[in-house]
Design a protein around this ligand. Sequence first.
Ligand code: HEM
Length: 329
Amino acid sequence: MKRSGVTRAGAADVSTGSPAAKVNAATDEAGAAVDALNGVFGVHKGARPVHAKGRVLTGVFAASPYAESLSAAPHFQAGGRVPVTVRFSNFAGIPAIGDNDDLASPRGMAIKFKLADGSETDIVAHSFNGFPAATTAEFRDLLAALGASKADAPKPTPLDKFLASHPIAKAFLTAAKPNPVSYATLPYFGVNSFRFTSEEEKTVVARYQILPVAGEHYLDDVAAKAASQSYLSDEIQKRIADGRITFRLVAQIATPDDKIEDPSIAWPSDRKTVELGTISLSTYAGDDAANPDLVFMPNAVPDGIEPADPMITDRAAVYAVSFARRRPS
Ligand code: HEM
């Protein structure tokens, strides 16, 4: 098996021109994606253009005995325990978004595993098993339509037109958005596919699921309306002060029938899953102001894991530009 170390930010796949032109074009495209998100949510200095409100916790990941059968990645080897940093977030690129606002959903869970050799590997997931767009280009079109469809836009708006021809995006945007009791009572889904290779060179394609050991629990409508704008941020601090927060990390394995490169389509729930291990959080590490240098890269993977969906590399290029723009100078 190759040993190339952990991948950092990648570049979008641009297939024409010189190497320098490719890098510039990829950076331009990534910058345009950040601009498009800003067009939807506004520019908020120092904040992420999406998933702007977050809270950070730390703890430990312990590998299950089954994880190494899937991947040779160091944190998946039997008996492995590595420190993790987790950021829970609300969807919108609005740092002051109310925790019970519709735009707070889907919630995010980003995980950073700190490997023994000093490198890091990340998972960036959200609480919806799917995505509004099949490809990066389609997502860009959706953002452009959203940005051009403010309240005073003439009907049908660009968003109306987009949704009329994109039923999956429409289902995503109009899906019921129940408010969770806690960030710790929601399942999270990696959505993009990765290829996992074991030491024995056995390969499968899988998607991450991060499942709450506390179970899935939601507020009813009355409780959600009565909840404070910061109920999730307050709750997670109280919950961690009272004890550990635990999630199971699971890999859902693709069959030959499943679409690998299309995160808008969830795979059937009867697909085989493999337990990768347990994420056990024990310490509250503050808000975004306390963690200005924290960034998660969807393509930061060690040997034994590879992106199997081109959106992962595209995302990483966008996240790198976003981080460069938002970090304190
Ligand atoms: C082409 C598609 C996508 C684009 C352009 C995009 C863009 C972004 C950007 C610009 C950020 C802020 C990064 C930073 O400043 O650190 C971000 C964060 C985030 N995205 Fe995406 N994203 C995409 C797909 C997805 C998908 C498929 C998911 C769900 C699995 C997702 C979940 C998240 C989460 C949870 C965060 C917050 C990460 C954190 O806590 O730092 N995104 N996204």
